[in-house]
Each structure stands twice: as structure tokens, then as C-alpha cells.
Ligand binder design. Structure first.
Ligand code: PXP
Length: 241
């Protein structure tokens, strides 16, 4: 059986750096340490407003990293061009709204089907693994397959929120499980991400068929208290099959 992979998102190291306009803490240093402590890939989101990761981060991390780099992008011409220029190993296409605090939901595939299909085709021509960040729903999974994505990443924000607030998760958990099974039957690789903590990680890792978790905010936050090494190692243990 394949081991589940942990993608470590280091965007918020850049958030802290940018708060002071200094060159530290360095996202590159965080990426190299995450690699050392067991991350299977590094995720960065180059947002259109460049609020955290900047293009020079992408450039230096791509150059120095030995494990795969997963670049999250909005479905735009500019981001496609940047992806093809720097050739990260993976691209995850995500929706972006300028005023949101974080990625608040999955892609609207019905509305942007042909645009995203075209982006996927161009990325795949450049041998970049493509993933779509979607809500756990059957229709979006069906479209993901139709437009040739390699993987889907299920937005786990809702269930993580319910877990944090100690609310009932049964129906959301069922929705995620059904989505994982449906996607697998179509031959899509399934990932999960957004809002995952040690607690929600424990619950989500019981779902069979999720092959990759992408986790950022909690890992970076927890690193303040227990260090990036312990934070990553603890998650690796949680998601291990
Ligand atoms: N996966 C995707 C596609 C995301 O957009 C994000 C947030 O940038 C994450 C995972 C990580 O979410 P968090 O920082 O809440 O762990």
C-alpha cells in the first residue's frame, strides 16, 4: 500500500516576512528544513496580489529544492505563463478572490470549464502534474475528469471548521468519503487540504483513498511553539497509513 504524502505549505513564512518588509524569516530556508524533516513536497501559492509568496521565492525554491514543488495558481494567463517559465513539478489550480483572507472554496468548474481545460492541456504539455482544488461534490469531480486533470484536491475547510467548533461532522464526512470513492473510480488521484490541524488530520487520515495532504497555516503556527521539525514529524505520524 502506498504511503500517504505530506505537502508542506510555507506561504505563511512569507506572510511573517512581508509584515516587516525584511528578508527574514526566509521561505526558502523553511522549504529546505521541511524537506529535511520529512515533507514529501513543498506547496507555495503565488497569489495575484503577491501578499505572501513572491516570484523570487518561486525562483529560489525551485532552484534549490530536491523534492517536488507544488505551485498553487489562479486560472489566469499570467499564472499559466509563470508556471511554464519556472516549471514546478505540480500545479494546483485554485480560485482566487482579491478580498478573501484565504482560499474560501473550491473552483467553479461549471463556469470556467473551457478556460481551465485549456490551462490543464498546456501544463500537461510541459509535463506538469495538474490538480484542481474543488469542493467535495460529484459534479465537480465529473468535470475534473472530463477536462483531464490528473488529481483533485478536496477543500476540507468546512469539515475542519466543524471539528474546531466541536460540531457534528457526519454529513460532511460522508460527502468527503463519497467524493473520494467517486474520484477513485474515475481514476483520479485524490488530495485534501485547507484548515487541517492535528485533530482534523487524525479524522481525515482515516478516510481511505486520500493520497496527499497539503497543510500550511497550522504547521507554520505550531512551529512557533514546537518547532518546524516536530510540527512536520507529528503530522507525518498522523497521516501515516
Ligand atoms: N490546499 C490548497 C489548494 C490551498 O489553497 C491551501 C491554502 O492556501 C492549502 C491547501 C493549505 O491550507 P492551510 O494553510 O489552511 O493548511
Amino acid at each position: 500500500m502506498k504511503l500517504r504524502r505530506l505537502g508542506v505549505n510555507i506561504d505563511h513564512v512569507a506572510t511573517v516576512r512581508n509584515a516587516r518588509g525584511e528578508s527574514y524569516p526566509s521561505p526558502l530556508r523553511a522549504a529546505i528544513l521541511a524537506q529535511k524533516y520529512g515533507a514529501d513536497s513543498i506547496t507555495i501559492h503565488l497569489r495575484e496580489d503577491r501578499r505572501h509568496i513572491r516570484e523570487y521565492d518561486l525562483k529560489s525554491i525551485k532552484k534549490k529544492l530536491k523534492i517536488p514543488l507544488n505551485l498553487e495558481i489562479a486560472p489566469t494567463k499570467e499564472m499559466l505563463k509563470i508556471s511554464i517559465q519556472y516549471k514546478p513539478n505540480y500545479v494546483c489550480i485554485v480560485p482566487e478572490k482579491r478580498k478573501e483572507i484565504t482560499t474560501e472554496g473550491g473552483l467553479n468548474l461549471k463556469k470556467n470549464k473551457s478556460l481551465i481545460k485549456d490551462i490543464i492541456e498546456k501544463l500537461k504539455r510541459n509535463k506538469i502534474r495538474t490538480s484542481l482544488f474543488i469542493e467535495p461534490n460529484i459534479n465537480d469531480i465529473r468535470i475534473s475528469k472530463e477536462i483531464n486533470a490528473d488529481c483533485i484536491e478536496l477543500h476540507t475547510g468546512k469539515i475542519c471548521n466543524l471539528i474546531n467548533r466541536k460540531k457534528n461532522i457526519n454529513s460532511e464526512l460522508k460527502r468527503i468519503k463519497n467524493s473520494v470513492n467517486f474520484a477513485h473510480n474515475l481514476g483520479l488521484e485524490v488530495h485534501a487540504g485547507h484548515g487541517i490541524t492535528f485533530n482534523s488530520g487524525k479524522i481525515l487520515s482515516k478516510i481511505k483513498g486520500i493520497e496527499e495532504f497539503n497543510i500550511g497555516h497550522f504547521i507554520i503556527g505550531e512551529s512557533i511553539f514546537i518547532g518546524i521539525k516536530n510540527s512536520i514529524k507529528k503530522f507525518k505520524k498522523i497521516i501515516k497509513k
